[in-house]
Ligand binder design. Structure first.
Ligand SMILES: [Zn+2]
Ligand SMILES: [Zn+2]
Length: 251
């Protein structure tokens, strides 16, 4: 018994010591694990510079083929009368893969907030030119949402909506069935099949999309299949415009 009490008090003492150490030692850069200089709680200057030199902010491009000149036909979606346009911060490669992964799967929410802020420094002006009415995050399926406890696209969308002064609407679209992660599927046809008819307007939702400008928000756009499917029920309501904002583009 005495042994148990002693070992438990040892654990508590160690815990207090760890807290104390954390208080004394400066936090580490999420990118390189070096001590952070005062002022930035997430990145050191070198990591931030490297990130921003690769992620310049681009758009609008076609989310299905990445083509810039949307009036010049490039893929079957660019050539359709209703265009969806994508604005993204950087290519889904190098450290952006690592950081989005930490934000999405390891619960490092302050990293997601910071990445979104950086992305908006490059893209907010371009987005503001379009005066969006609504900002809508790509929803997670209920089961995955319960497992993860948060939807990374909700967090990004909320920050974007505040920056561009549009209404954030998290619950107008829902995922009717669970789907696999698009990034894990290599075959393009399978990616389209995976999300086919996976989204629907939430019943009882009285959002009026008619003649409205809508910005859909996702953390990563891969083939554009998810965006196409999320936009389907909105397109049926005759919006004026559907654009997309993402941190990264992997297409
Ligand atoms: Zn660093
Ligand atoms: Zn295209």
């Amino acid at each position: 018994m005495l042994k148990q009490i002693l070992s438990r008090s040892g654990l508590i003492a160690r815990g207090v010591l760890d807290d104390f150490r954390q208080l004394l030692s400066p936090p580490l850069c999420i990118g390189c694990d070096r001590d952070l200089a005062a002022g930035d709680p997430v990145f050191c200057n070198a990591c931030l510079e490297s990130l921003n030199s690769k992620c310049a902010g681009t758009g609008p491009v076609c989310p299905f083929c990445g083509w810039h000149d949307l009036n010049n036909r490039q893929c079957r979606f660019c050539s359709k009368s209703f265009k969806i346009r994508l604005y993204y911060w950087g290519r889904y490669e190098d450290e952006l893969v690592q950081y989005i992964g930490k934000f999405k799967f390891q619960g490092v929410l302050e990293l997601g907030i910071r990445l979104t802020d950086e992305a908006l420094k490059r893209l907010a002006n371009l987005l503001c030119e379009n005066y969006y009415d609504y900002v809508i995050p790509v929803p997670l399926h209920g089961s995955r949402r319960r497992k993860r406890d948060y939807n990374q696209s909700d967090i990004i969308a909320k920050i974007v909506s505040m920056a561009i002064n549009a209404i954030y609407i998290p619950d107008s679209i829902f995922r009717v069935r669970s789907t696999r992660q698009q990034a894990k599927i290599k075959n393009e046809d399978r990616r389209w099949k995976n999300v086919e008819n996976a989204f629907s307007l939430t019943s009882g939702s009285d959002i009026d999309f008619n003649r409205k400008k809508v910005l859909i928000v996702d953390d990563i756009v891969t083939t554009g299949a998810t965006i196409y499917e999320v936009s389907k029920p909105i397109r049926e309501k005759d919006p004026e415009m559907i654009d997309v904002f993402s941190l990264a583009y992997a297409g």
